[in-house]
Design a protein. Structure first.
Length: 291
């Protein structure tokens, strides 16, 4: 029962560049906003995800660690807040990588005129970019997995499934035991699911659990404790959301009415608590679709 569930603690108010392990850093957006990665190599650094709206504070953090421009940019999925500054790095010689679904989804949203507009009212302002900002899809794409050896490090980009978006990918560094999860994982932050499928998301967490991680950098929220506990925490959240939504759907029949009856009070202190109704509605639609 929701009323008996243990209340989850509030997330830390971390913001800015945080050291994960030797030569590997996470830029924590703060307040549940987007996180990015910075990895030093024997050559140029590698950037994981980006957002034009926070270019200035992100690069300020980068410059305190290295003066070199990025050599590679790795995209975990297509969303604006993870890819919108690809072009900035490309102009400075960086090569970007992503599953081909990232390219397809960026092109689809740009062609629809929704690429920038959809972000209005969601985080840092974008209105001044409407009609002025193009896209820069990954220059190198793949279908299931690509292994990239660069600057003395190994990066494995692995497509997981359609969960948060159509092209959810992780960046796995097996030699260091570091996993950049993109938005497949958040820490003490409610997830977002507009374009994915919750029916795939829970099984996908089982896949992530198989990585022998030492450190995980989530797509949103502060850096979690060492190990894979964050995966279990996300799995519990989604399982509770699924069970409560299924019960509400059996009673109220329509997804909209069912979503109104779903609550997650034990997660009230997490970032983005206002997402619960939208998550419940998406879960109800995905459950109904499964039938």
């Amino acid at each position: 029962m929701a009323s008996r569930a243990k209340v989850m603690p509030a997330p830390a108010s971390t913001q800015g560049m945080v050291k994960v392990t030797n030569g590997i850093y996470a830029y924590i957006g703060g307040g549940g906003t987007t996180n990015f990665g910075l990895i030093l190599t024997n050559g140029k650094p590698v950037i994981i995800d980006n957002d034009i709206r926070v270019r200035k504070p992100f690069l300020a953090g980068v410059r305190r660690i290295t003066k070199k421009d990025a050599g590679l940019v790795l995209n975990t999925h297509h969303n604006f807040d993870h890819t919108s500054d690809n072009g900035y790095y490309a102009k400075r010689g960086a090569v970007s990588f992503g599953v081909d679904l990232v390219r397809q989804e960026m092109e689809r949203e740009y062609a629809s005129g929704n690429w920038v507009k959809q972000m209005a009212g969601r985080g840092p302002k974008v209105e001044h970019f409407i009609g002025k900002l193009g896209i820069s899809p990954p220059a190198v794409t793949f279908e299931e997995q690509i292994d990239i050896r660069y600057g003395g490090r190994l990066f494995q980009m692995v497509y997981i499934d359609r969960c948060h978006t159509k092209g959810d990918t992780v960046v796995w560094m097996p030699e260091e035991g570091v996993l950049f999860s993109g938005d497949l994982l958040t820490y003490r932050t409610h997830p977002v699911n507009r374009l994915g499928d919750f029916m795939n998301w829970l099984p996908a967490l089982g896949v992530l659990k198989k990585f022998p991680v030492k450190y995980i950098v989530p797509g949103h929220g502060p850096l979690p404790p060492r190990g894979g506990g964050i995966v279990d925490e996300n799995k519990t959240y989604l399982a509770r959301l699924k069970n409560r939504t299924a019960a509400a759907l059996n009673k109220h029949r329509t997804p909209a009415k069912a979503a109104q009856a779903v609550s997650m009070p034990e997660y009230a202190k997490w970032f983005r608590a206002r997402n619960v109704p939208n998550n419940a509605l998406k879960m109800a639609k995905d459950l109904r679709k499964k039938r």
